[in-house]
Design a protein around this ligand. Structure first.
Ligand code: ADP
Ligand code: ASP
Ligand code: MG
Length: 467
C-alpha cells in the first residue's frame, strides 16, 4: 500500500466510552488524528458486556423476564448518549438500533430460557449487541461532528471458527474480507468504525473472540491493513510497572519489546489482551498504549527492539484464581514418555497449562481455567499421586534484562522470604521469572517487589540491590 494510505488503527476500550463525556473525548482524539488515517475499533460501553452475560445466566436459570428487565438501564445509557450528543438524524438512527437490540435480545433470552441447549451461539449473538451499539454510536457522533465516518459491521470482516465465546480467527479469509470492506473507505478518506470482539463464522453465525477481545480485533485489523501503528486507548497511561489497583506508585513504562509485552499480558496485565501482540509482531507493526483521559501524555510503545540494559526489570504482573496441580510418581525416574502422557491429558480436555516445573519424581503445573479439572484428575490419578491447590496466584517479573542478571531470583526471593512460594520458573525466553503464592499474599508480594525494584531512592541504589 502507498505509505500515505497506511492507516492507524485506534482501539477504544469500554472505559473510554463509558458515558457521553467519554464519547466526546474519543471523538476529539479521532478528530485530532485525521492525518494518520484512523480506522476505529471500539469496545462495548463499560460494564455492558458483563450485564449482557449476566442476563444470559438469568435466562438460562429460567427467568427470561428478569433477564430482559435487567438490560433496561443499559439500553437507556445508549439512549442518553444519543440524546446528549447526536444531531436529529443520527439520533433517530441510533434509537432505532437500540430498539431493535432490545427486541432481539429479549427474543433470544426467551429462547435460551426455554431451550438451554441453544445457549452457546445465542449468547454470542446477544453479547455482540454491546459492540454493535457502541460502534454505531461512535460513528454517528463523528458524523454529527461533521466528519466523514461509516459504521462497519465487524462480522463482515472478522471470520472465525465456531468456538462460541472464544473463537479463533481464520486469518486468510479475515484478511481478504477486511481489506475488501475497509480499503475502499480508507482510500475515500472515510473513517471506518467497527466493534471489536465480535466476528462471524463462515456460516455467518455471530461469534466472539474471548473477554477483552477488542484488543485482538484491533491487532488483526492492523495486521490485515499493514497499519503504520496500532493504538490501544484505555483509562491509564500505558502499561504500568504493576497493576495500579494494587500499587499506587506504579508508573508508565515508556518502551517494551513485543516479548515483554506478551509475557505481561499473558500473566495478568489486563491493559493488553494476551493475543494482541501476535498479529502485530508478525507484521512488525508498533503498538502504542495511550490514555483517552490524558491524550497528551506519552504512553507505552511496544516494538521490536528495546533497551536490554543489564538488570532492567520492566514490570510485575500477577493473576489470581489459579489452580496448581502436582503429580508425583516413582515411575517418572528415568522413564520417557511420562511428561507426554501428562500433557496429552490436558490437551484432550482443551485445558491450557501456564507454568510447568519438574523435579526427579514430580511435575507441578498451573491452570487458569480449571473447569475440566474433575475429568482431568480421573485420568491423572492413573499416572501417580495427584495434589490440587485452589485459590493461588501467579506473579511474574518481566524484563529483557533478566537474561543477563545472575542471581536475580535469589534477590527477588530475599525480599519475600517470609512468604511461601512454589512453582518457581525462569521462563524459557529468560525474560520472565514466574512463581506461585497463595492468593491472600499476592498484593503484599507485588507491593514489596515493586518497592524493591522501582521505588528505591535512586537508580544506583536499585542497581546495587539487584547486584
Ligand atoms: P479497556 O476498557 O480499555 O479495555 P481494561 O480494563 O481491559 O481497559 O484494561 C485497563 C486496566 O488494566 C487498567 O484500568 C488497570 O487497572 C489494569 N491493569 C492491570 N495491570 C496493568 C498494568 N501493568 N498496566 C496498566 N494497567 C493495568
Ligand atoms: N466488551 C468485551 C469485554 O468486555 C470486549 C472488550 O472489551 O475488549 O470483554
Ligand atoms: Mg481490555
Amino acid at each position: 500500500m502507498e505509505t500515505s494510505l497506511q492507516p492507524t488503527v485506534m482501539k477504544f476500550g469500554g472505559t473510554s466510552v463509558e458515558d457521553a463525556h467519554a464519547f466526546e473525548r474519543v471523538a476529539r482524539i479521532v478528530q485530532s488524528k485525521l492525518d494518520a488515517r484512523p480506522v476505529v475499533v471500539v469496545s462495548a460501553m463499560s460494564r455492558f458486556t458483563d450485564a449482557l452475560l449476566a442476563s444470559v445466566d438469568a435466562a438460562a436459570g429460567g427467568d427470561a423476564e428478569a433477564a430482559t428487565r435487567s438490560l433496561g438501564p443499559q439500553f437507556e445509557r445508549h439512549m442518553e448518549v444519543a440524546r446528549n450528543l447526536l444531531g436529529t438524524e443520527e439520533r433517530s438512527e441510533v434509537w432505532d438500533a437500540v430498539e431493535t437490540a432490545k427486541r432481539k435480545t429479549s427474543e433470544l433470552l426467551r429462547i435460551i430460557s426455554q431451550h438451554p441447549v441453544t445457549r452457546p451461539p445465542l449468547q454470542d449473538e446477544i453479547v455482540s449487541y454491546g459492540e454493535q451499539l457502541s460502534a454505531l454510536l461512535l460513528s454517528s457522533l463523528l458524523t454529527s461532528n461533521g466528519l466523514s465516518a461509516r459504521y462497519v459491521d465487524a462480522r463482515l470482516s472478522i471470520v472465525t471458527g465456531e468456538e462460541y465465546g472464544n473463537a479463533s480467527p481464520i486469518y486468510e479469509e479475515t484478511e481478504r474480507r477486511t481489506r475488501q470492506e475497509l480499503l475502499p473507505l480508507i482510500e475515500a478518506s472515510v473513517i471506518p468504525v467497527m466493534g471489536g470482539f465480535i466476528g462471524a463464522s463462515l456460516k455467518k453465525a455471530t461469534t466472539t473472540l474471548g473477554r477483552g477481545g477488542s484488543d485482538f480485533t484491533a491487532a488483526l485489523v492492523g495486521a490485515c491493513l499493514s497499519a503504520r501503528e496500532i493504538e490501544i486507548w484505555t483509562d491509564v497511561t500505558g502499561v504500568l510497572t504493576a497493576d495500579p489497583r494494587v500499587v499506587e506508585a506504579a508508573r508508565t513504562i515508556r518502551l517494551l519489546s513485543y516479548s515483554e509485552a506478551a509475557e505481561l499480558a499473558y500473566f495478568g496485565a489486563k491493559v493488553l489482551h494476551p493475543k494482541t501482540i501476535q498479529p502485530a509482531v508478525e507484521r512488525h507493526i508498533p503498538v502504542r498504549i495511550c490514555n483517552s483521559r490524558a491524550p497528551e501524555e506519552a504512553g507505552t510503545l511496544v516494538c521490536f527492539e528495546t533497551e536490554a540494559a543489564p538488570r532492567t526489570v520492566k514490570a510485575i504482573a500477577h493473576k489470581t484464581g489459579i489452580t496448581t496441580v502436582q503429580i508425583t510418581s516413582g515411575r517418572m525416574l528415568g522413564a520417557y514418555g511420562f511428561l507426554r502422557a501428562i500433557f496429552e491429558i490436558f490437551d484432550r480436555h482443551r485445558t491450557a497449562v501456564d507454568v510447568v516445573t519438574t523435579s526427579e519424581v514430580s511435575v507441578s503445573l498451573s491452570l487458569d481455567d480449571a473447569s475440566a479439572l474433575p475429568a482431568i484428575l480421573e485420568e491423572l490419578k492413573r499416572l501417580g499421586e495427584v495434589e490440587v491447590e485452589q485459590g493461588r496466584a501467579i506473579i511474574c517479573v518481566v524484563g529483557e534484562g533478566l537474561r543477563s542478571t545472575p542471581g536475580i531470583a535469589s534477590w527477588v526471593f530475599s525480599n519475600i522470604s517470609d512468604i511461601n512460594v512454589s512453582l518457581v520458573s525462569l521462563g524459557a525466553s529468560s525474560i520472565n521469572l514466574t512463581f506461585a503464592v497463595d492468593e491472600p499474599h499476592v498484593r503484599e508480594v507485588v507491593r514489596r517487589l515493586h518497592r524493591a525494584f522501582f521505588e528505591q531512592e535512586s537508580e544506583d541504589e536499585r542497581v546495587k540491590l539487584a547486584s
